[in-house]
Design a protein around this ligand. Structure first.
Ligand SMILES: NC(=O)c1ccc[n+]([C@@H]2O[C@H](COP(=O)([O-])OP(=O)(O)OC[C@H]3O[C@@H](n4cnc5c(N)ncnc54)[C@H](O)[C@@H]3O)[C@@H](O)[C@H]2O)c1
Length: 253
C-alpha cells in the first residue's frame, strides 16, 4: 500500500496558548506543523514539545500583519516542511478600552493582527491548497463578535473574520478547500490572565465568576479549541465549510 504524503499545517501565534495546543494536537493527528509567532525563539518551545512527542515541526518568526514577513514565512514552510495545505489563523492581540478612550493605535493594531494578518496568511497559503486541490483554513473568531464592552476594536475584527471565512469558503470551495471559523468563549490563557490583571481582579476569583456564567459550569481550556480545529482539519470534514462554531460551553459565553 502506498502511504499518502504527510499534510503540512501552519498555525499562527502558536508559541503559547490556544495556538500551541492546536499545533501540538495537529502534530498528534499526524501533520507536520509550522509554528509561527512573532519571535522564532518563542515558537521553538512548541516545536520542542512536538518533536519530543515524535512529531515534525518548524519554528518560524514572523509578524502576520507584515506582508513581506508573511510571504517569506510561507515560502520557508513550503521549502523546509512541504506545501502548507492547512492554515490556522490564530495569532491575536487585545487592546481593550471604552470607545471614548480608544486610541487609533489600539484600533489599528487589533485590525492589523486579526484581519490583515488572516488575509495575508490566507492569500499566501491558498496557492499551495489550490495546487493540491485540497485545503483547510480555520480562523479564530470569538464570542466577542456578538458585542463586548471595552472591545469595539476586537469585536469588530472578530465579527469581520466570520465574513472573511464565509467568503473564503465560497471562493475556494471548488478547489477542495474548506474555510471555517471557531468562536471561543472564555478560555484560560495568557490573554485572559492579562485581562484579569488589567482590571485588577484576582485570577481565581475572575475564573470562578466567568465559569458561573457558562452553562457547562467551567472555564474553557486551550485543548477544547484544539479539538475543534482538529475536527475542521480532518479528512472527513470536507463537506463542512463556511461555518462558525461557538466553542463556549453553551450557546455563547
Ligand atoms: N483566550 C480566550 O478566551 C479567547 C477567546 C476567544 C478568542 N480567542 C482568540 O484565540 C486566539 C489565541 O488566543 P490566546 O488566548 O491563545 O492568546 P495568547 O495571547 O495567549 O497568544 C497569542 C499568540 O499570538 C502571538 N501573536 C500576537 N501578535 C502576533 C503577530 N502580529 N504575528 C504573529 N504572532 C502574533 C503572540 O505572540 C502569542 O504567542 C486569538 O486570536 C484570540 O483572539 C481567545
Amino acid at each position: 500500500m502506498t502511504q499518502s504524503p504527510q499534510r503540512v499545517a501552519i498555525v499562527t501565534g502558536a508559541a503559547r496558548g490556544i495556538g500551541a495546543a492546536t499545533a501540538q494536537r495537529l502534530a498528534a493527528d499526524g501533520l507536520a506543523v509550522a509554528v509561527i509567532d512573532l519571535e522564532e525563539a518563542a515558537a521553538k518551545g512548541t516545536v520542542d514539545a512536538i518533536e519530543a512527542a515524535g512529531g515534525r515541526a518548524l519554528a518560524v518568526g514572523a509578524d502576520v500583519s507584515d506582508a513581506e514577513q508573511v510571504q517569506a514565512a510561507v515560502t520557508r514552510v513550503a521549502e523546509e516542511l512541504g506545501a502548507p495545505t492547512v492554515l490556522v489563523n490564530n495569532a491575536g492581540v487585545t487592546r481593550d478600552n471604552l470607545l471614548f478612550k480608544m486610541t487609533e493605535s489600539d484600533w489599528d493594531t487589533v485590525m492589523g493582527v486579526h484581519l490583515r494578518g488572516s488575509f495575508l496568511m490566507a492569500r499566501a497559503a491558498q496557492k499551495y491548497m489550490v495546487e493540491q486541490k485540497w485545503g483547510r483554513i480555520v480562523n479564530l473568531s470569538s464570542t466577542s463578535a456578538l458585542g463586548n464592552r471595552g472591545q469595539t476594536n476586537y469585536s469588530t475584527a472578530k465579527a469581520g473574520l466570520q465574513g472573511f471565512t464565509k467568503t473564503l469558503a465560497i471562493e475556494l470551495g471548488k478547489f477542495g478547500v474548506t474555510a471555517n471559523c471557531i468562536a471561543p468563549g472564555f478560555i484560560v490563557s495568557d490573554m485572559t490572565r492579562a485581562t484579569a490583571e488589567r482590571i485588577g481582579e484576582d485570577w481565581d476569583t475572575y475564573v470562578a465568576a466567568r465559569a458561573k456564567e457558562i452553562p457547562v459550569a467551567r472555564a474553557g481550556q486551550v485543548e477544547d479549541i484544539a479539538h475543534t480545529v482538529s475536527f475542521f482539519v480532518s479528512e472527513g470534514a470536507g463537506f463542512v465549510s463556511g461555518q462558525v462554531i461557538y466553542v463556549a460551553g453553551g450557546p455563547k459565553a
